[in-house]
Write a protein that binds this ligand. Structure first.
Ligand SMILES: C[S@@+](CC[C@H](N)C(=O)[O-])C[C@H]1O[C@@H](n2cnc3c(N)ncnc32)[C@H](O)[C@@H]1O
Length: 300
């Protein structure tokens, strides 16, 4: 874990908003993950979010706009690089939201593992609908709710501290739901059973995730490094498709975003915000052991 990630007590849920309070984590592992995200304050996440107030904890996709970066000797070059990385991260969320299909203003969406809420805000701005997020981290939920208040969209965008495997949402309540880089913390059968329960029939589920490639054989050493760095458990592409099939989620699109995310990583590796995990991502994407995948599925 990076030095910037400090330890706090996960069960001390000192949330400012009563709607975000829940009892402690369901398992010791979830307690570890709650502590991890409660203590997370990496500049690579916060400084990028400061660009326009959309705070993401995911990676970027798309071509780098080199004209926006300018001259590396320029005193503004670091700022420009941060803005460009952030643009690519928001482009990633846009692609996820595009795959949610036709969403009306009266619909409810669920962001499972919502982080600081950047994707939730973008979803509300795009569709005008309600967006409910869940995260294990009280600090993240507070942060997301504070941003929603600042933007005066608190009636539409709300984060709660809650286990995504056992949510308070009603059966069939959600028109669409998603995991944006948050499915590697949970068992996929349990996860998709819960999405399947909360989604209306005909609803849409979307995930963007890193997964290991069954064609490689087993998780590579790079994948193991990524797991250790983030205290997560990356699943294979095969596990995703199998667990979806078992839970009435039928893939409508499977998009390999690996080539689209490599420029982001190569740019990030040149910045002062490196976290030390960049090479593991670049090497595993290049040797084919790891893939960045979007799967959009219909709840049937
Ligand atoms: C890499 S961050 C992604 C955040 C957000 N989706 C984004 O794109 O910015 C992973 C998130 O998953 C959440 N998470 C992990 N396990 C969870 C669980 N069992 N229930 C709810 N949230 C969980 C963490 O709290 C964290 O917010």
């Amino acid at each position: 874990m990076d030095a910037s990630v400090t330890s706090t007590t996960s069960t001390e849920l000192t949330a400012t908003d009563a709607s975000v309070l829940i009892p402690g984590p369901a398992t010791p592992y979830q307690g570890d993950i709650a502590r991890y995200w409660d203590g997370e304050a990496r500049p690579v996440n916060l400084r990028l979010g400061d660009v326009d107030g959309l705070y993401h904890h995911h990676y970027g996709i798309g071509d780098v706009d080199h004209s926006a970066l300018g001259d590396p000797e320029d005193s503004e070059s670091e700022k420009k690089l941060i803005a460009e990385l952030h643009r690519l991260e928001s482009a990633q969320a846009d692609v996820l939201l595009e795959h949610l299909g036709d969403i009306g203003r009266d619909d409810t969406l669920v962001d499972a593992g919502c982080g600081r809420g950047g994707s939730m805000v973008m979803a509300h701005q795009r569709f005008g609908c309600k967006v409910e997020g869940v995260t294990l981290s009280a600090k993240q939920a507070d942060f997301a709710n504070r941003r929603a208040h600042e933007l005066r969209i608190q009636d539409h965008v709300r984060a709660r501290v809650c286990n995504m495997l056992s949510t308070p949402f009603e059966t069939g309540q959600a028109a669409a739901s998603w995991n944006n880089e948050s499915s590697m913390y949970v068992d996929l059968q349990d996860l998709f059973a819960e999405h399947s329960r909360i989604l209306e029939v005909g609803g849409r589920y979307v995930t963007i995730t890193g997964c290991w490639n069954p064609r490689y054989g087993q998780p590579s050493k790079w994948v193991s490094q990524i797991n250790a760095h983030f205290e997560c458990n990356i699943h294979s592409r095969r596990e995703y498709l199998r667990a979806m099939a078992d839970n009435r989620l039928v893939p409508q699109a499977v998009v390999d975003l690996t080539p689209a995310t490599l420029p982001y990583w190569e740019l990030r590796a040149t910045s002062s915000l490196v976290t030390g995990i960049e090479d593991a991502f670049i090497n595993s994407y290049k040797d084919g052991s790891f893939q960045y995948l979007l799967i959009a599925a219909d709840r049937v």
